[in-house]
Design a protein around this ligand. Structure first.
Ligand SMILES: O=C[C@H](O)[C@@H](O)CC(=O)C(=O)O
Ligand SMILES: [Zn+2]
Length: 276
């Protein structure tokens, strides 16, 4: 499992493009027939993917976790961004269609990922944080989620936010997870931007057309820079950094957070005119 050590805003100021990319951007998730994980020291975030095709995949503890099983001290969020699949948690089967989101509580010993049709495989995005308590495993189906519409065509940011794991939704210890879908013709997410020192955020961009890219904006509000992001890549966003993006075409992304505050709207807003 690759270890990512986050930079603070002082080191950030002096980083080259390559250094910023190797610190904040995760490439190479979703290897066919495999589970991948990366460990981020910030908030002890574990980010991963399960991409089952012909065979089912079993969740194993990475040696670095020094755990008997993956969920011994952790909770896990799963978002399917591919074809239909199933996640089997200690013998209980949860079917996940595209954009269905599963919360798996601490303490489950056996988790198995499968695709229903290997020709149209499931793409399971995984996000995990340490957990101090056991909350029930629950599935949020896309069709049951209530979307929050934000933005407008005039500002090119018309989008719908779907919250799945959060204080008023599926209960968890610290994981907050949902996703945002941009309307056709809209390409800005989270503009005006914000920061939140009480938790870090992880952006997983998906449904980016292969010929297109998203320019993810980061950094303190008065010292921003961008990362050019392709489909199914992940950006880690420390509390001091804004997290916003503009695509060369519309796209979607999953936002996940861990830290000490689960209030979704605990954000310190930034005025666009103050950005540098
Ligand atoms: O803390 C919350 C997160 O930054 C995202 O939910 C914001 C977002 O999806 C958007 O405005 O499009
Ligand atoms: Zn945020």
């Amino acid at each position: 499992m690759k270890l990512y050590q986050m930079a603070d805003h002082v080191r950030y100021s002096r980083m080259t493009t390559d250094e910023r990319r190797s610190t904040f951007l995760l490439e190479g998730l979703f290897q066919k027939g495999a589970i991948e994980f990366a460990y981020v020291d910030l908030d002890r975030t574990v980010i991963g993917s399960a991409f089952p095709t012909a065979f089912e995949l079993v969740l194993k503890p990475e040696p670095e976790l020094r755990a008997e099983y993956f969920l011994e001290r952790r909770e896990l969020g799963v978002l399917n961004v591919g074809g239909s699949g199933a996640v089997i948690v200690d013998g209980e089967t949860f079917e996940l269609d595209k954009l269905d989101c599963l919360y798996i509580g601490r303490g489950h010993r056996e988790v198995i990922f499968t695709s229903i049709d290997p020709a149209a495989p499931a793409y399971f995005y995984l996000l995990s944080y340490p957990a101090h308590a056991e909350y029930p495993t629950r599935l949020a189906r896309f069709k049951d989620l209530e979307g929050l519409e934000l933005g407008s065509h005039e500002t090119c940011n018309k989008r719908t936010i779907y919250k799945a794991i959060y204080r008023e939704g599926i209960k968890s210890c610290q994981l907050v997870m949902g996703f945002t879908l941009l309307d056709s013709g809209s390409n800005w997410n989270t503009m005006p931007p914000h920061t939140h020192m009480r938790r870090s955020e992880v952006y997983f961009y998906f449904d980016i057309d292969p010929a297109h890219r998203v320019l993810h904006l980061m950094g303190p509000p008065q010292e921003t820079s961008h990362l050019v992001v392709a489909d199914k890549e992940v950006v880690v966003s420390p509390g001091w950094s804004i997290h916003s993006g503009v695509g060369t075409k519309n796209y979607a992304f999953c936002w996940g957070m861990g830290g000490e505050n689960q209030a979704y709207d605990d954000m310190d807003g930034v005025t666009i005119a103050d950005l540098k």
